[in-house]
Each structure stands twice: as structure tokens, then as C-alpha cells.
Write a protein that binds this ligand. Structure first.
Ligand code: LER
Ligand code: MN
Length: 271
């Protein structure tokens, strides 16, 4: 298993749930110094980050780009795969493919969490699911060009009414006309939605393609009541070897949060 740190690169948003905010070079250096292997980015658009600058920040610090979130499509542009508005849906799919290509050109995978959207009033659930299915299949074709997966993230009921648990994601993935879609399992969301975090990870098994860790309160692992020993044991049992990215509040500050999370990862997950 490899450790990743999340880095938020959208300006002008008050408050976020990522470890690091801005300052690409300085935060890559801090992540590397603390022992992280990779970086996950949140960007306002695929072309927003200067390629040369990102390449240099990664190589100078011996880091890989693990993943790029497509959440910027929602935060910066109000997009959604399942919007009742066909224009918004089309722009969301374009945004998603652009993120796949940006991430893929660095060997990283694209995340589809918030951009899935929700079942809006007046829209039939089956129609919303069909929109998500179509968008994921399109993104999967683009990712296949790089030999990579795309990642779909179940999120808790206070954020969406569309795919809250891992078993719902498995059901969706199994009906897709694509073989390179995997689940991003986020311990914060799972703590709200799953009967057992470890049990759900075991049941999803080889469908798991990426992990986000935060504690029950979205503070760094170790500051809440999630049993990360059990999470690590379940991931070892299913043979998971991908990234575990720390996506939590920068409490009490980014560096201390990153250090505390790394201590927990070393004790419970990376062994
Ligand atoms: C993003 O990875 C996430 O976990 C969400 O809670 C964003 O809404
Ligand atoms: Mn997450």
C-alpha cells in the first residue's frame, strides 16, 4: 500500500476537507518529507495547473500523481452527471473526460465522487443512474487509453442520494460496459453509511481501487473512533496494494495533520 496526501488547488473557497491547501511546491516538499509517496489534487479545471510546474514539483520531491478529483466540476462550475439539464450533463461529461486525460497524462487516475450528482426532484432514479452509467463508461474509455482505471466514490447521505454504500457501487460497476471502473472507499463516508467498515471492504474485494482516509469526524486518522487497525487488516486480506490518500481536515494545521495521519497509516495500514 502507498500513502498519498490530498492537495486543494481551487482558490476563493472558504474551508475544505483536504489536507493541504495551495502552495504546490511547498506542500509537495512537506508531503515527501513526511514519507508520502503520492499527491491527489482538487483542481478547478483540467488545464488550471501548469504542467511543467507540476512535473517539477513531483520529480523534485520523488512523488507520483496518484489521483485527480473531478469535484472541481461541481465546486467551480455547478456541473453534475445527473442534472435534469442536458447542457449541464454534457459539460459535466466533458469536464470528467478532461480530468481523466489530465490525470492520465501523469499516470494518475480520475475520481468521480461529487460530479455524479444526485437524484433531483422530478427525475426518476433510474434515469439519474442511467446518466451516471453513461458518463462513467465514457470516462472509462478515455482512461483505457492510458491503461488506467476510473474511480467512483460512494458518499454519505448528507451529500447525495445516489450511491451511498460500497455495495451500491459494486452493483452499478457490474452493469457497466467497461472493465476499468473501481471503487474509491472513503472511511469518513463509510463510517456514516456502512454497518461495518471492514466488512464492506472485504465484501467489495477486488472492486476497490483507491482509499480515502479520515476519521469519523473528518479529522486526521487517530482523532476519532474509526478502528484503522481493522481497516488495514481488511485491506491486507483483500490484497489491496494501491494508494491510501489522506483526505481530512488540516487539524490543528496541515503539517501536524499530515504527520499524525502518517503515524496512523504506518501503524495500521502500510505494514
Ligand atoms: C471527496 O473525496 C469526498 O469525500 C466528499 O466528501 C466531497 O463531497
Ligand atoms: Mn473522499
Amino acid at each position: 500500500m502507498k500513502a498519498g496526501a490530498s492537495l486543494w488547488l481551487i482558490t476563493g473557497v472558504e474551508g475544505n476537507w483536504f489536507l493541504f491547501d495551495g502552495e504546490l511546491e511547498a506542500n509537495c516538499a512537506t508531503a515527501a518529507e513526511l514519507g508520502y509517496d503520492g499527491i491527489e489534487l482538487m483542481v478547478p479545471a483540467a488545464g488550471a495547473v501548469d504542467r511543467g510546474r507540476l512535473e517539477k514539483a513531483l520529480t523534485d520531491n520523488g512523488l507520483k500523481l496518484s489521483t485527480v478529483s473531478s469535484g472541481g466540476g461541481v465546486i467551480s462550475h455547478g456541473l453534475s452527471f445527473s442534472s435534469p439539464d442536458a447542457g449541464i450533463r454534457a459539460r459535466a461529461r466533458r469536464f470528467g473526460v478532461d480530468i481523466v486525460e489530465f490525470a492520465g497524462s501523469f499516470g494518475g487516475e480520475a475520481i468521480f465522487g461529487m460530479l455524479k450528482g444526485k437524484v433531483e426532484p422530478g427525475v426518476a432514479r433510474a434515469d439519474a443512474v442511467a446518466c451516471v452509467r453513461e458518463a462513467l463508461e465514457e470516462a472509462a474509455v478515455a482512461a483505457a487509453e492510458y491503461g488506467l482505471n476510473v474511480l467512483v466514490e460512494p458518499q454519505n447521505r448528507y451529500e447525495t442520494n445516489l450511491i451511498n454504500r460500497l455495495d451500491e457501487a459494486v452493483e452499478l460497476i457490474d452493469t457497466l460496459d467497461a472493465t476499468n471502473v473501481r471503487i474509491l472507499a472513503d472511511t469518513f463516508h463509510m463510517n456514516i453509511e456502512e454497518r461495518s467498515i471492514a466488512g464492506a471492504l472485504r465484501a467489495a474485494g477486488a472492486h476497490i481501487g483507491h482509499i480515502h482516509v479520515a476519521d469519523s469526524n473528518r479529522l486526521p486518522p487517530g482523532h476519532g473512533h474509526i478502528d484503522f487497525g481493522a481497516v488495514g487488516a481488511a485491506l491486507r486480506e483483500i490484497g489491496y496494494t494501491g494508494y491510501t490518500v489522506v483526505e481530512c481536515m488540516a487539524y490543528p494545521n496541515a503539517k501536524d495533520a499530515a504527520a499524525a495521519a502518517m503515524t496512523c497509516l504506518r501503524e495500521c495500514m502500510l505494514g
